[in-house]
Design a protein around this ligand. Structure first.
Ligand code: UGA
Length: 431
């Protein structure tokens, strides 16, 4: 394998994972960030992102002299052969992706990139961005390649090192092959294509996943009304290899830093070429409806009026395994509950800071104390092993709404609690 000198610009969860993993494959990697404090912490071996295996990989890379951290993109690219742009592309005005970080780095690097460098866009960017970056760079000798990332928060290192596929797109086939070769050691299926197709793959995949979830949440609602059980229905569906078992769990809606942003961006991308992507718009709307449905269920659990009700909230992160609150469905549900006048006491094992509209407490038992109802919104393993007898004694009501189908129904029943959920006909009473 060729060992390459690589620069990674941006040390968010994508950039840092990319840098640390490429170093673990034997490449020499320099990671850059504009945040001086972050760089100083990374140089001291401190990783602030909750990502299993990442701290260890960063330590290994540094110890082997293959991974370093510098402040500012220019300092990182001095002798780079390949430069990865791993910059944020947040939702901008009207839902389109905000490309200002990518554009300003491209402008900044224009004069300093070594001759013949390949610039790789790893950030999720609208179709045409590779061309735009190439224009901003204005360098005939520098090729631009799109290499979308498919990492999930909470399993980013594993996803990087064991990918389902690697997508590399460029209008320069030689540059695409150079980038694909960086990952050769992973032995993953590699799909080479033009830049526009690679850019679209990421949105197409994330929107499809979001659609799958909104679909399954709608099936869950139907199950409740016709007396079916959603876990049996999805199991039955998932055995069909064309559908698959994964991504079929109903919940309080999908969230995080990617699916909400990418679905909105897809609608805008389609609009920009005169297409009304109704399927994706409905997927987004169904997700909002799902959050409102959870609120309806909490309201029912406290007798129809949320004003003045005390609700214990278990979980705030958008999924278990991360401390990320970006577009968390748990926060969206909490906000709607607070708007109706409920008093919220929340606990999340990885979120300890104060948040508006609720009291964030240090343990789950404090969250359920005096609660008229409890709602579980994030599937943290520790919620499964709570002492529900103790929780029941602390609660003033007796309903636990488990939106993730996560808790042991018998343990709740033994504690005298009624477990309400999604996708099953609700039990008539506790006991
Ligand atoms: C998502 C994609 O899964 C990754 O492939 C992609 O690389 C990434 O976005 C990205 O664009 O960077 P992530 O945002 O980490 O990854 O989160 P997911 O694991 O996909 O979960 C998204 C949401 O769906 C969460 O709120 C989760 O709780 C929910 N979900 C997921 C369900 O409600 N049910 C499921 O069965 C699965």
């Amino acid at each position: 394998m060729f060992v390459r000198r690589i620069a990674v610009v941006g040390t968010g969860y994508v950039g840092l994972t990319t840098g640390a993993c490429l170093a673990s494959l034997g490449h020499r990697v320099v990671c850059a960030d504009v945040d001086a404090l972050k760089v100083a912490r990374l140089r001291a071996g401190q990783v602030d992102i909750l990502e299993p295996g990442l701290t260890e990989l960063v330590a290994e890379g540094r110890a082997a002299g293959r991974l370093e951290f510098v402040e500012g993109a220019r300092a990182a690219v001095a002798d780079a052969e390949v430069v990865f742009l791993c910059l944020p592309t947040p939702m901008g005005a009207g839902g389109a992706a905000d490309l200002s970080a990518v554009e300003s780095v491209a402008r900044d690097l224009r004069a300093v990139l070594p001759y013949g460098t390949v610039v790789v866009c790893k950030s999720t960017v609208p179709v045409g961005t590779s061309t735009r970056v190439a224009e901003l760079l204005g360098r005939e000798d520098v090729a631009v390649v799109s290499n979308p990332e498919f990492l999930r928060e909470g399993s980013a290192v594993r996803d990087f090192l064991h990918p389902d596929r690697i997508v590399v797109g460029s209008d320069s086939p030689t540059a695409a092959e150079r980038v694909a070769a960086l990952f050769a050691k992973l032995g993953a299926p590699t799909v080479l294509m033009d830049a526009a197709s690679a850019e679209l793959v990421k949105y197409a995949a994330n929107c499809f996943l979001a659609m799958k979830l909104s679909y399954v949440n709608a099936i869950a609602e139907l199950c409740e009304l016709v007396g079916a059980d959603v876990s049996a229905v999805t199991d039955g569906m998932g055995h069909d290899r064309r559908i698959g078992q994964s991504f079929l769990k109903p919940g309080p809606g999908w969230g995080g830093s990617c699916l909400p942003k990418d679905t909105h961006a897809m609608v805008r991308i389609a609009e920009s070429v005169g297409v009304d992507f109704g399927l994706v718009r409905s997927t987004i709307e169904a997700n909002r409806r799902q959050q409102r449905r959870v609120v309806d269920k909490v309201r029912d659990a406290v007798g129809g009026v949320l004003a003045g009700a005390r609700i214990g909230v278990l979980g705030l992160a958008f999924k278990a395994g991360t401390n990320d609150l970006r577009d968390s469905p748990a926060l969206a549900v909490a906000e709607l509950l607070a708007l109706e006048g409920a008093t919220l006491t929340a606990y999340d094992p990885e979120v300890r800071r104060p948040l508006p509209g609720m009291t964030v407490v240090e343990d789950a038992y404090l969250a359920v104390r005096d609660a008229d109802a409890v709602v579980l919104l994030t599937e943290w393993p520790e919620f499964r092993t709570l002492d529900w007898g103790r929780a029941a004694a602390l609660m003033s009501g007796s309903v636990v709404l488990d939106t993730r189908d996560h808790l042991d129904v018998d343990a709740l029943r033994r504690a005298g609690l009624a477990r309400h959920g999604l996708g099953r006909r609700q039990p008539a009473a506790a006991g």
